[in-house]
Design a protein around this ligand. Sequence first.
Ligand code: ADP
Length: 375
Amino acid sequence: MVAPHPLQLFLFIDRLASGRESLKQLQTQLLHFQAECPFDLDVIDVAEKPYLVEHFRIVATPALVKTQPAPRQTLAGHDLLGQLHHWWPEWQRQLQAGRPAEMTAAPLADSLTCTTEIVRLQDQIFQLEQEKKQLQGQVRFRDQILGMLAHDLRNPLTAIGIALETLELSQESRQEDGEPRLTPALFQQLVFQARRNTRVMDRLITELLQASKDGVARFVLTPAPVDLVGLVTEVVAQVLPTAAGRNLTLELDIPKELPPAFGDGERIRQVLINLLDNACKYTPPGGQISLSVLHRTTQKIQITVCDTGPGIAPENQERIFESKVRLDQSHGQEGYGLGLYLCRQIVQAHYGRIWVDSTPGEGSCFRFTLPVYRG
Ligand code: ADP
């Protein structure tokens, strides 16, 4: 660390205020003095560091504060240049007269501790502000996800309600001969509809619980609106050389009108890269990879990566998302069996779903959903 000069000055200025000419003269004079006798000069814009204004109790700008040698002295007012000329010889005299080491050591140490403390506090304020922004983003994300879940749950619930109501009405309004108005086939269909929708609700709730248990707890997301078109374009540009090197063609299908997704752009990028890397890795040369984006419902966007690789047998289609699972067919390819596991954690942290549809021998389609951002 460079030792500070025995003379330390702080010049407080307000860049927005008038009086630039006199400030310029003052700065020129200070430079002139600095050439004569080097000293430390910090120029502080009051708008940028209000805590320093507070600390040094500055009431007007420009102001010149001498912190070393002690005692601290503040010059301010319209004739700052004149005051500087007046005090400069006195400060020189003080410096030359010097002080016994034990007398100067304490104030110098004090001043340094004070400056270090200010810098530390400044860092802390910055970090707290970042944390606040992040927390606000997360609260907003949760609120929107709750809206999305409520919407997802309401659909099957409404279907169950309609089925039950129709059944009830048919029981009440029997025909004159005592027969219910519903045919046995229609009766069966309504019961089936109610049952199927309770299963849909059950699956949604299980997924939701799973997401809060695994994904959300493990990942701290920094959610923000994500421009998927831009993100996909960047990722594809990144993967293209690998695909071309393996003689694979890469097709894109992205709608022009796509709302932003709501999530952590960097994490979503990780998922896309993993899926495209796998498609490149496991598809034999000459094959085809396609990436498509679909605005599936008002609440969800679905992204699909398909390939013409070996495909995945039905009994392995869930397993491959577990940690360290690699299929026999993949030996010979680099990997640790963690990529898809990580993808699932990330997608679940977004309260989305990731799965694979595949026909062995024909290829695989990996799909995942993300929430739509609704401003
Ligand atoms: P890694 O690729 O590092 O082994 P992943 O978790 O990404 O790990 O994938 C797990 C396993 O799933 C792979 O080892 C492979 O057997 C299978 N797999 C993943 N993607 C594909 C694909 N596109 N086609 C066929 N099999 C795949």
